[in-house]
Ligand binder design. Structure first.
Ligand code: PRP
Ligand code: URA
Length: 223
């Protein structure tokens, strides 16, 4: 798996990241989701440079101009619920892309006994598509790996891009084992060093789902 760390170059992405991480800015949920969306849009732009392009004739009112546009059939898949705003950023920029969803949640508990549950899935067929699997947080990598396995029931993508906002080093190492080949690319807006005992990224930003949509009942409270 190739890793592209977009924080290495100064850009607007770093400015949106600083607001996303800042506990004061995080009080504004609308802004939090907007920053995820804006990072999705800018990441989509960077990723678009790696797609397959061919030249087409475009008829203007005054003549014909040859323009290169991409030929990939793009599907943007995400993990409910924290992935929703980031996914919207990608679909805002990739006109005509299709969307895929799985619902996954991590049962609260220590890192050692972390259980991930996958439930609802909705996907178009994925055979031969360029599949962008987008989720803001790559902590242990368990959710993304399980989500991708579930999506494979809908077909085999030609190309896989995994797109996250913050990746923990441990999560990257785990995904490297799952995707050892160079044909998978991980795009991230930042890399953070550690996970705490509850498998949250430190310094990270906190709980991306709760910051986007408000706190949820724990699995025990729902019983
Ligand atoms: C977050 C995030 C990922 C997962 C990452 O979701 O959106 O899916 O955690 O953790 P992992 O790499 O250790 O699997 P979360 O479980 O917080 O659910 P939520 O979107 O409902 O808040
Ligand atoms: N999920 C989150 O929302 N945040 C983390 O730090 C890890 C997983």
């Amino acid at each position: 798996m190739k890793v592209v760390d977009l924080s290495k170059n100064n850009s607007l992405i770093n400015c949106y990241m600083s607001q996303l991480r800042d506990a004061n800015y995080q009080k504004n949920r609308t802004l939090f989701r907007q920053n995820l969306r804006r990072i999705g849009e800018l990441m989509a732009y960077e990723l678009s440079k790696t797609l397959d392009y061919s030249v087409k004739d475009v008829h203007t009112p005054l003549g014909v101009k040859q323009v290169s546009t991409y030929d990939d059939r793009i599907v943007v898949g995400t993990v409910l619920r924290a992935g929703l705003a980031l996914q919207e950023g990608f679909t805002n920029f990739f006109d005509g892309s299709d969307s895929a969803f799985v619902a996954a949640y991590r049962e609260e508990g220590s890192k050692e006994e972390l259980k991930i549950h996958l439930e609802y899935m909705a996907s178009p067929h994925l055979d031969d598509c360029t599949f962008l699997l987008v989720d803001p947080m790559l902590a242990t990598g368990g959710s993304l790996e399980l989500a991708y396995k579930a999506f494979l029931k809908a077909g085999a993508p030609r190309k896989l891009h995994i797109c996250v906002v913050i990746a923990a080093e441990e999560g990257i190492a785990n995904l490297q084992k799952a995707f050892p080949e160079d044909d998978v690319t991980l795009w991230t807006a930042a890399i953070d060093p550690v996970l705490n005992d509850a498998a949250y990224i430190v310094p990270g930003l906190g709980d991306a789902g709760d910051l986007s949509f408000g706190p949820k009942l724990s699995t025990k409270e729902q019983e």
